[in-house]
Design a protein around this ligand. Structure first.
Ligand code: NDP
Ligand code: A1CAB
Length: 273
């Protein structure tokens, strides 16, 4: 990947939510020029929003592969073998291929691409669309530390970008990729609790969202672990400890841990297909 960043050609195969979130982040980095970005999808459904970013669009995956050096694969996991089968004859050692598909392993990606191609697994999550994602990446043997630094720099506007061994990617998928939905479920339940206690639904939903946002920002920015912040909310004999007791009796802690475990296992299962 030896070229000026302003000259770097970037491609997206797949034009869904994740492709859009990552593309927007890349362009916000200011390093990549929109007219160097090409995106493909079979239908026109999702392409206009990429055109609005200034990217070029196509229905041909091979056209995108030929036009780019940094190539994101952002289709559903079961479509990855088909798509890589199409583009593989056009991928060279000058390419870096970054897959965001849940479960699809580096070994599978490397097997489906020519020998020596730099391959990366990247697991983003939905809040990337608001530049507040949590992304973890793992490099294959053909992608050096320079690729990791480049991706960290380019993806920084998407949120927190960390690198780790591939063994962590499925767990991150369960904890953070899917974890976003677990948090939404908690938000729904919090608002339902407010409704049960007499607050109108629309107001309860706004309060639930702000409660999660405020709690999340404090957790990220105050430098205190969750357990300490939780203790700070608990007045002895007060309301919070009574509510927490109800949550513990409901097994919420074990349920959340089991949810992460189940989602991680599912990512591993997808990888075995
Ligand atoms: N959603 C999430 O929160 C997360 C998703 N992921 C991973 O990201 C990947 C994409 O997910 P997401 O963006 O949600 O999915 P979407 O359903 O939003 O987008 C899938 C895209 O793939 C396109 N597509 C379908 N078939 C082909 C094909 N043969 N060639 C090229 N493009 C094709 C679709 O085309 P069209 O526009 O025509 O329908 C669509 O643009 C998945 O592998 C998922 O595991 C990872 C982390 C989080
Ligand atoms: O549910 C899924 O499979 C994808 C991966 C992580 C979030 N959504």
């Amino acid at each position: 990947m030896e070229c000026e960043l302003s000259q770097l050609k970037v491609g997206f195969v797949g034009a869904g939510n994740m492709a859009y979130a990552v593309a927007e982040g890349l362009l916000k980095s200011g390093d990549i020029s929109a007219d160097n970005v090409t995106v493909s999808a079979p239908s026109d459904r999702n392409l206009p929003r990429f055109q609005a970013l200034g990217a070029r669009v196509s229905h041909s995956n091979t056209e995108v592969a030929c036009a780019s050096r940094l190539l994101f694969i952002a289709v559903k996991p079961h479509l990855v073998p088909t798509v890589l089968g199409q583009i593989s004859p056009h991928v060279t050692r000058q390419h870096v291929v970054v897959s965001v598909a849940a479960g699809v392993t580096l070994a599978t990606l490397e097997e489906l691409l020519p020998d020596g191609v730099g391959v990366v697994r990247l697991m983003p999550n939905l809040p990337c669309v608001l530049q507040e994602g949590a992304l973890l990446l793992a490099r294959g043997s053909g992608a050096g530390p320079g690729v990791e630094s480049l991706l960290k720099r380019l993806l920084a506007p998407c949120g927190l970008v960390e690198a780790g061994p591939e063994g962590w990617i499925d767990a991150h998928t369960g904890m953070s990729g899917s974890g976003v939905a677990f948090v939404y479920l908690f938000a729904e339940a919090l608002a339902d609790g407010g409704v049960k206690m007499g607050i109108p639904a629309a107001l309860a939903q706004r309060i639930a969202a702000q409660t999660l946002l405020g709690a999340g920002l404090m957790l990220r920015d105050c430098g205190k672990p969750a357990s300490v912040l939780r203790a700070e909310v608990c007045t002895p004999g007060g309301t919070t400890i009574h509510g927490l007791h109800a949550l513990e009796k409901g097994g919420v802690r074990a349920a959340v841990m089991s949810a992460v475990e189940a989602a991680t296992e599912r990512a591993r299962e997808l990888g075995r297909k």
